[in-house]
Design a protein around this ligand. Structure first.
Ligand code: ARG
Length: 475
């Protein structure tokens, strides 16, 4: 007999049973479901909707079920459709008909919304934690490589030399924005939908604020119809994760390029690479490749949920059951990708000599020669052309600007003096960009210090949340 079987005269078709059920994946929400039920039943007791004795029995029944779940003793069933009805059925089996009182004043519609809010809240915190660790690794490598100079690229052509620290901190800026986005989204995730009932609220004298407070929510949904049909917070979460994956994917692409023999800027640690079944010499950067590949499916989950939601009338529609698998897969994919990226970056070996060599064998200092002439009073456009001619002259002779002698350079621009040779040196070039956010050492150090301070703020924010709001249920 189904929990909703009263008005039915036939058993459910077997194909429907399987097609309709979500228990195969929403069992992921078991902890959240029980956590929500515990708060709900406490409230029913406090508001005299259930007796103290009934509340006591339901609470201890739920905790026993949770214990059995944690010990892997519970088998969920397709017949009971989803995690909510599975738990309710288990409760009735455990404590008898009284278990049927748990669902008083509640619907699966507000229940599933609550579970998802609790789940995403927990995962948001976990993801911020992992991103903080990733930032720490980036900072560590940046500190180590403040004086390591490599070519910076535009169009994947050597453009201007940069410090490796500066390059890595560009990624730190992206992940910093991701952390900020997660923190900002938190207040919307941290809103309690329970008490909305199926759609319109409930006739019982419930206390929604009490439930919210017990579960550590900052506020409650102020419209019951919105409460059961809102999935914006999931879209937001998936979108932030898509950005995180996009950032990881771009960084992965660089690691893949840099570890190729063509670049040879880094070597990835053996523990994070794999070999080829046929070619004995191969050492492949599978982990960054997989992260790059997995970015696609996370962005796919975002789009899938958009498509699911875009034409849904208010309020709950069964289509919404489709919101879960993409979210669960995103959490799994995104958290393991962030974790692995931290390890890959921490263990990689940098080859500063090779980077320097590529800076010297190129024209990454050509802009500086043009700027030099501008400082001698030549209009930039004219200087640009003169240096262009010098570059062409060098290319035709298979050499670089610093291989020319003073007379050669002066034949293009008589204003050039002997100090040019220092000014075109990569170290000088990098140091000359003292503009805010530029490559000069003091600028990079300032940025790093500011980022560290902000990371501390995020850590403090996290500590508060973890203490106040995220506790695992004790049984
Ligand atoms: N398994 C459902 C889901 O994931 C729970 C809510 C069901 N509500 C309903 N009215 N059938 O969305």
């Amino acid at each position: 007999m189904k929990l909703w079987g009263g008005r039915f005269t036939k058993p459910t078709n077997q194909l429907v049973e399987e097609f309709n059920a979500s228990i195969t994946f929403d069992q992921e929400l078991v902890e959240e479901d029980i956590q929500g039920s515990l708060a709900h039943v406490e409230m029913l007791g406090k508001c005299d909707i259930l007796s103290k004795e009934e509340v006591k029995q339901i609470i201890s029944g739920l905790k026993r079920i949770l214990q059995r779940v944690r010990q892997g003793e519970v088998k969920f069933s397709i017949e009971n459709e989803d995690i909510h009805m599975n738990i309710e059925k288990l409760l009735i089996d455990e404590i008898g008909a009284i278990g049927g009182k748990l669902h008083t004043g509640r619907s699966r519609n507000d229940q599933v919304a609550l579970d998802l809010h609790l789940y995403v809240r927990k995962q948001t915190v976990a993801l911020i934690q992992l991103l903080i660790q990733l930032q720490e690794v980036l900072f560590l490598q940046a500190e180590k490589h403040i004086d390591t100079i490599l070519p910076g690229y535009t169009h994947l052509q050597r453009a201007q030399p940069v410090r490796l620290a500066h390059h890595l901190l560009a990624y730190a800026s992206m992940f910093e924005r991701d952390i900020e986005r997660l923190i900002d989204s938190y207040k919307r995730v941290n809103t309690c939908p329970l008490g909305a009932g199926a759609i319109a609220g409930t006739t019982f004298p419930i206390d929604r604020d009490f439930v919210a407070e017990q579960l550590g929510f900052e506020r409650i949904y102020d419209n019951s119809m919105d409460a059961v049909s809102d999935r914006d917070y999931l879209i937001e979460f998936l979108s932030i994760c898509s950005l995180i994956m996009t950032h990881l994917s771009r960084l992965s692409e660089e690691l893949i390029l840099w570890s190729s023999e063509e670049f040879a800027y880094i070597e990835l640690d053996d523990a994070f690479c794999t070999g080829s079944s046929m070619m004995p010499q191969k050492k492949n950067p599978d982990i960054p490749e997989l992260i790059r590949g997995k970015a696609g499916r996370v962005c796919g989950h975002l789009l899938a949920l958009f498509m699911t939601l875009k034409a849904l009338p208010l309020t709950y529609n069964k289509d919404m059951q489709e919101d879960k698998e993409g979210v669960f897969d995103t959490v799994k994919t995104c958290t393991s990708s962030v974790q692995l990226m931290s390890e890959v970056l921490k263990t990689m070996k940098v080859k500063p000599k090779r980077m320097k060599q590529n800076v010297e064998q190129g024209f990454a200092n050509a802009t500086d020669l043009a700027d030099y002439l501008v400082k001698k009073g030549i209009p930039f456009r004219r200087a640009h052309e003169m240096v262009g001619k010098m570059v062409l002259y060098c290319i035709e002779r298979g050499k670089y600007l610093l291989d020319c002698d003073l007379a050669e350079l002066q034949s293009f621009a008589p204003q050039i003096e002997a100090d040019i040779f220092i000014k075109l040196d990569p170290t000088f070039v990098v140091e000359a960009r003292k503009s805010r956010g530029g490559t000069a050492k003091a600028q990079v150090e300032k940025t790093l210090a500011e980022k560290k301070a902000r990371l501390l703020d995020y850590t403090n924010w996290l500590t508060e949340k973890t203490v106040q709001e995220i506790e695992t249920i004790e049984i």
